[in-house]
Design a protein around this ligand. Structure first.
Ligand SMILES: [Zn+2]
Length: 375
């Protein structure tokens, strides 16, 4: 799962370079450019602006200007947090949004006003939900930011994530990580969206596709990593890919074996060389890292000298030993609880004579119950 946050306006202006093609892509896209979005969003501003229609206007600012991107609205009352928290069961990949005091099953985090959660299978999105922080004061207006936040421009930004745009830090853009006086997608924002959905007509001047594209699928951003698991993703280039290198906390760690079967990527990017053989993956022992937050960077090199980088953050959960060699030194002593339908808590686990509390939760990316917490 990918999570993108939007922060309120910083007191200073965001510097921009004026570069015309500075947009960044998240990687996945909606198959055939088709997005169905549920806008049953009850209520309105004190001035009578309906949230639901503001949401539709925000989405249309992309859909109306990007050929190949087709957004259809429904009104079925789907809950944005379905499948994330117990009280809202899985709704079958429905895209929805709402005002909530928590970002579904987690806190928003300091100063975060809205969050977009996206799920993908291979290179296509399967679901994306937008959660607005109900503890903020919201309104709907254009122009200079006022004390109440403009719901519609935040929705334009979050919809940008939903269709596959990442934050844009080097240019003036609605996809900047902070909300500001921009309330419409800029030319650069639209070029990014057209790069994804209208390759035939080109991105209004950005018709050349990126030289290298890559995606880290595991660990997914902000995911916890523990034990010995996979690092996995794909990388494609207009020129042949020569090398995929792994950096942990900005230090070179290993070259990752490249060339795995990815017919899904090949179908999505027919203009790239050998895209159907673009998988990379390796086994990694997270236990050699200290518990806590780390950064991972994948650098992709092609044979024409271009380099592309993808970064993600993850949290390592580990026992106080890098590798437990004796299985007899691992013992579940007591307290096995089903915390929620996808979470198991083991209150007392002994590993090498030390006791821990361990939480296991279902991880869609790895298709198994993974260790989420070790206390
Ligand atoms: Zn954002």
């Amino acid at each position: 799962m990918l999570k993108q946050c939007l922060l309120p306006l910083a007191a200073t202006c965001i510097a921009f370079s004026g570069a015309s093609n500075a947009f960044k892509l998240l990687g996945p896209s909606w198959e055939d450019g088709n997005v169905t979005y549920d806008t049953s969003f009850p209520g309105s501003t004190p001035a009578g602006h309906n949230w639901s229609s503001a949401m539709r206007q925000a989405a249309s600012k992309w859909g109306d200007q990007v050929e190949g991107l087709n957004i259809t609205f429904t009104n079925n009352g789907f809950h944005a947090c379905s499948g994330y928290v117990d009280e809202f069961p899985e709704d079958g990949n429905q895209n929805a949004s709402g005002f909530y005091h928590r970002a579904c099953n987690q806190d928003f985090g300091e100063d975060v006003i809205a969050v977009t959660y996206s799920f993908n299978f291979g290179s296509f999105y399967t679901e994306s939900d937008i959660i607005f922080n109900s503890s903020e004061v919201w309104s709907v207006y254009d122009g200079t930011p006022q004390s109440a936040l403009d719901f519609r421009r935040v929705a334009v930004h979050e919809f940008g994530h939903l269709i596959g745009l990442d934050h844009e830090e080097s240019n003036s853009a609605i996809m900047a990580p902070f909300i500001g006086s921009i309330f419409n997608p800029t030319a650069d924002d639209l070029n990014g969206a057209r790069d994804i959905y209208s390759p035939a007509t080109g991105g209004g001047g950005s018709s050349s596709p990126p030289t290298i594209r890559a995606s880290i699928e595991e660990p997914s951003p902000s995911q916890t990593a523990s034990g010995i698991t996979n690092i996995r993703g794909w990388a494609i280039g207009l020129n042949a890919i020569q090398r995929v290198a792994l950096f942990i906390d900005d230090k070179f760690a290993a070259d990752i074996p490249y060339g795995g079967d990815r017919s899904d990527v090949g179908q999505s990017f027919p203009n790239y060389q050998n895209a159907d053989r673009s998988g990379f993956s390796m086994i990694f022992n997270w236990g050699i890292l200290d518990p806590g937050e780390h950064t991972m960077e994948i650098k992709v090199y092609d044979n024409a000298g271009s380099v592309h980088s993808e970064r993600t953050n993850f949290t390592v959960q580990a026992f106080n030993t890098a590798f437990v060699s004796d299985p007899n030194s691992v013992e579940i002593l007591s307290g096995v609880t089903i915390t929620d339908p996808r979470t198991i808590t083991l209150d007392r686990v002994r590993v090498n004579n030390e006791e821990y509390r361990v939480i296991l939760s279902w991880n869609t990316a790895s298709q198994k119950w993974d260790i989420r917490e070790i206390d």
